[in-house]
Design a protein around this ligand. Sequence first.
Ligand code: NAD
Length: 476
Amino acid sequence: MKNYTFTINGNPVSTANTFDVKNPATGELIGKASISSKSDVEEAITSAKAAQPKWAAKTNEERKAILMKVSQVLIDNTDYLANWITKEQGKPMAGPGAMFEMQACVGWTQVPASLDLPVEVVFEDDTRRDEMHRKPLGVVGAIAPWNWPLMIAIWQIIPALRAGNTVVLKPSEYTTIGTLEMIRLMNTVLPEGVLNSISGDGKVGAQLTSSKEVDKIMFTGSESTARKIIEASEGNMARLTLECGGNDAAIILPGTEMHSKIGDLFWGAFINMGQTCACAKRLYVHEDDYDRVVTALDAISAQMPMGNGMDEGVLLGPIQNKMQFDKVNNLVEDAKANGATIIRGGSPMDGAGYFYPITLVGDIDNGARLVDEEQFGPVLPIIKYKTVEEAILKANDTRTGLGGSVWGDDLEEAARVASLIDTGTVWINQHGAIHPMVPFGGVKDSGYGVEFGVEGLKSVTSPQIISIKKQVLTKA
Ligand code: NAD
């Protein structure tokens, strides 16, 4: 079985110490990944640090041109990398799956590659002129999760490089090979040392995040790991962008026509089998609309083929790993034990792979674990409300604050309700509709810092003020 390498200073590095990577749809061994040693991690950081001044010294136009070459590499290798996404992560090639993830990788490369951070004159009068310039931070340590492994790695890598930083990235140990391969391919057009990868579990990640040579950490994953990274940053003062998922509420306003919106609501909740930080994870429906909405959601769920994502026509794959599979199963069992009604699904599927059906759960409310905790899986609790104010209170009754959505035909009323939701983003008549130009980030325990767009680019820079005293001309 092939041992996949990580990349340091443009070179492939393999180690005898490896771990097995298995296909979550079949349980089949699909490759081995080298585990980086302590000295490999040090070497990766040293190589990023050594490459950074020269990379930062390139002009904006030079870095943009190189990143456009990176986007061409992603385009040229779309099939190869999408295959790895499906085999390793589980999402199907079709639908909003692996090919869609690769398109997003290209988009989230080309857009930051085309952005600029011009010098801002923040103050000027007859005596002085104060300019704000944007400087790269240095070495960015990136820690990626397993749900959208390549796309989220791209979110971390590209803005960092665009701004003149260099990067060391560690993929999740659950989805390593696709990301290591993507970084190997990107290195064919990047200067040596600008983008490095390391591989292994949380211990390898902790070595990166606690390094004194790392200036910024970009992290997406669990809240508990984010807290460890915050503690580690005490030692190196690294700036942090932390994206720790959420427990997004979707509120359907009373009387909303849902026929034309049900597809968007379905994918807003179940894209990537619900394993998406900004999926709708709790649905609030007015009691008079409950039966109508449940019937429509049930009907669309019945039409979605689930299976091995390499098979044609499949739109939903397995859950990515056993830890997540058990978590979903436990939350549903807890809901059942506490009197909830299973409208659809509700038990693991037989056979190989971590398959769990689309599951709709009714007769449930805030206070149940399935509502209060982030399930990160293909399960949606549907909660009846009597008044919109009650729905808003319940939506906000959480320590998370990533996204949320309001569904309504009266856009003014939807916007009023949206403004009362305590999250980084509130979508109207859509959910999880992220865009490379639109800043994205959470509040409360969902983390801090924003990614994407000009604001995301600023977050991988530090401002430098150049303050100029004006010459006062005096007559001789
Ligand atoms: P995790 O936080 O354990 O892992 C995320 C990444 O952090 C991995 O690359 C991991 O190796 C690394 N890591 C672990 N410990 C570390 C440490 N001490 N220092 C530095 N890096 C470290 O998340 P997980 O186990 O993959 O998933 C657990 C939960 O996180 C899920 O159930 C889900 O709720 C949430 N999650 C959220 C997202 C998201 O997009 N926000 C993605 C994946 C998982």
